[in-house]
Design a protein around this ligand. Structure first.
Ligand code: SAM
Length: 254
């Protein structure tokens, strides 16, 4: 991932994302479960899930994000590894593999996606479960270019930082590739102190997207069998909610 695309470790945790994914992952853990978390970021999921597991290994490519995770998660049963989840080789197998909050969508190129699924294959126990999620695109292929792209900045929210500064977040939606199905938004953080702008941080990211059937086909094409699907974290049916969440195992002939 280009350096400029790395998520802002400073501001990532400032906003509370309305995700209830930890509860879903917890249904797949017990005190015996060895968890591999791919793209663990600042440890949003790592700490809570480690409490419900035997051991959690978090892998992350961004040093500042991993540093933040280590500062935040002091559970003794967490190992943090700086590595690339598209080429990782830990020589170890796990009961549960997760990549929370759309990590798969950070992988822009097909060779990265292929590498990522090989990593899951190589690290999943024969009866292990992997769970992935991506967002469910609101617009059809034809509508996307017309409805997603905009010259305007879109306001996403604001929050109060611990020192009393206000952090506001916008995004831009100026570029997309409809053939490869990748969005290129920029997240723009602006920090204000007593009403005065004191910092601007622009974080370009990429988000490859899949439609509900494509996401299922992608997983099955990589030698896995789908065992459960969800449309979000509040009981939505697959394809009808905001998120596409799929649990899968290795296909038995693999
Ligand atoms: C949207 S964040 C999700 C972070 C965390 N999983 C969460 O739920 O809050 C995506 C994370 O994936 C990491 N990532 C992206 N590509 C990666 C790669 N090739 N190898 C390891 N980590 C990667 C990013 O640095 C970022 O921390």
């Amino acid at each position: 991932m280009p350096e400029s695309r790395q998520y802002s470790a400073e501001y990532y945790d400032a906003f509370e994302w309305p995700l209830h994914d930890v509860e879903l992952y917890s249904q797949f853990t017990s005190p015996d479960t060895e968890v591999l978390e791919l793209g663990c970021g600042t440890g949003r999921v790592s700490g809570p899930l480690a409490k419900k597991s035997k051991h959690l290994t978090g892998v992350e490519i961004s040093e500042p994000m991993l540093h933040q995770a280590k500062e935040k998660c002091k559970e003794p049963n967490i190992s943090s590894i700086l590595d690339d989840i598209t080429s990782l080789n830990l020589n170890k197998k796990f009961d549960l593999i997760i990549a929370p909050f759309r990590v798969l969508q950070c992988l822009e190129h097909q060779n990265q996606v292929d590498g990522f699924f090989n990593v899951i294959h190589d690290h999943l126990k024969p009866n292990g479960v992997a769970i992935l999620n991506v967002f469910n695109p609101k617009f059809s292929k034809d509508e996307l270019a017309e409805k997603w792209l905009t010259e305007e900045e879109t306001f996403c929210g604001e929050t109060l930082l611990q020192n009393g500064d206000t952090l506001k977040l916008w995004d831009t939606r100026k570029d997309l590739d409809v053939v490869s199905q990748v969005l290129y938004p920029e997240m723009i953080y602006r920090r204000y102190r007593n009403g005065e702008l004191v910092d601007t941080h622009v974080n370009p990211i990429c988000m490859r997207y899949w439609y509900p059937d494509q996401f299922k086909q992608l997983i099955e094409s990589k030698g896995f069998t789908i065992t459960k699907t969800w449309g979000g974290y509040s009981g939505e049916v697959y394809g009808e909610g905001p998120e596409l969440v799929i649990a899968f195992t290795k296909s038995s002939h693999q």
